[in-house]
Ligand binder design. Sequence first.
Ligand SMILES: *[C@@H]1O[C@H](CO)[C@@H](O)[C@H](O)[C@H]1NC(C)=O
Ligand SMILES: *[C@@H]1O[C@H](CO)[C@@H](O)[C@H](O)[C@H]1NC(C)=O
Ligand SMILES: *[C@@H]1O[C@H](CO)[C@@H](O)[C@H](O)[C@H]1NC(C)=O
Ligand SMILES: *[C@@H]1O[C@H](CO)[C@@H](O)[C@H](O)[C@H]1NC(C)=O
Length: 265
Amino acid sequence: MVNFFSLAHVVTLIAIAAASPLVRRQSATSPSGFNSNTNASPALKAALAGAASYNDRQAILFTEPPNATNITFTFINNTVTDGTGGTIALSTVNNFPALIGTEVAMAIGFVNPCGLNVPHSHPRANEFLTVIQGELVAGLVLELNNGGSGHVVGQPMPANGPIPQVNVTLSNYKGMLFPQGETHFQFNPTCEPALFAAAFDSSDPGRTQIARNFFSNMPDEMLIATVGSDQEVLDAKRIARFRDNIPTSFAVVMEECAVRCGLPH
Ligand SMILES: *[C@@H]1O[C@H](CO)[C@@H](O)[C@H](O)[C@H]1NC(C)=O
Ligand SMILES: *[C@@H]1O[C@H](CO)[C@@H](O)[C@H](O)[C@H]1NC(C)=O
Ligand SMILES: *[C@@H]1O[C@H](CO)[C@@H](O)[C@H](O)[C@H]1NC(C)=O
Ligand SMILES: *[C@@H]1O[C@H](CO)[C@@H](O)[C@H](O)[C@H]1NC(C)=O
């Protein structure tokens, strides 16, 4: 495990910050600017959720004299927290009430050198992600339409084992589609920060963490059986060792990349 507070790490982060305009810009932020629509309030959300027509919506969003405040959202003041691999500024119905009643949401992702946006899926939205700065390897785990029914009488045993994954390196405004509900990830293999913009076709896309969901709360015996393993490979002690450390969204680094970029690992 990385010790986030090691002197070497701090020195490296300072060096990265000094070398990169992106990191410098992110660190000059105010907490009040986080992921916010300045007028977001529960009352506004409730009113919009109850609007029966566009005219009703408009009357809620724009009062006299009207201005664009209620349909404006600030993404940029979102810091990359040191040592986390990255962060995402996300606008959804939760923080941008104007999205209530629409089917869009938006994310701006800041991925640090060697940062991994860990495998996850969005249960309610397709995602169209485009890299705006730097480089990301984006991957998608394919969905198989066989093998999910167990051993059907009269049919051959379904094959166990890995499901194919496809990936591509994205840079310079190249984008990739992640279909609704499907497992995907992004990894920054470079020693420079990367930036992406991602659109969702739901105002409430949600996010399901593959590892965190799976390992969080099922009994150890169930986990061991589910991975087709035995106690020699995976036991309660090993599960306990990582269960509480599974990242919420970004992982710090992958070993090979960290070595190449001179990051602590
Ligand atoms: C972001 O934060 C900086 C520093 O507090 C501030 O000067 C700037 O106006 C903010 N930008 C936006 C778009 O809110
Ligand atoms: C934004 O919406 C709220 C709630 O309806 C309203 O009080 C406020 O005046 C609106 N702001 C503008 C600039 O129209
Ligand atoms: C927009 O209107 C609101 C409510 O009248 C006001 O508080 C706010 O300062 C206005 N913002 C701009 C940018 O004019
Ligand atoms: C991308 O796919 C290739 C070929 O299948 C594989 O070797 C590589 O590990 C994948 N990269 C990532 C980051 O998943």
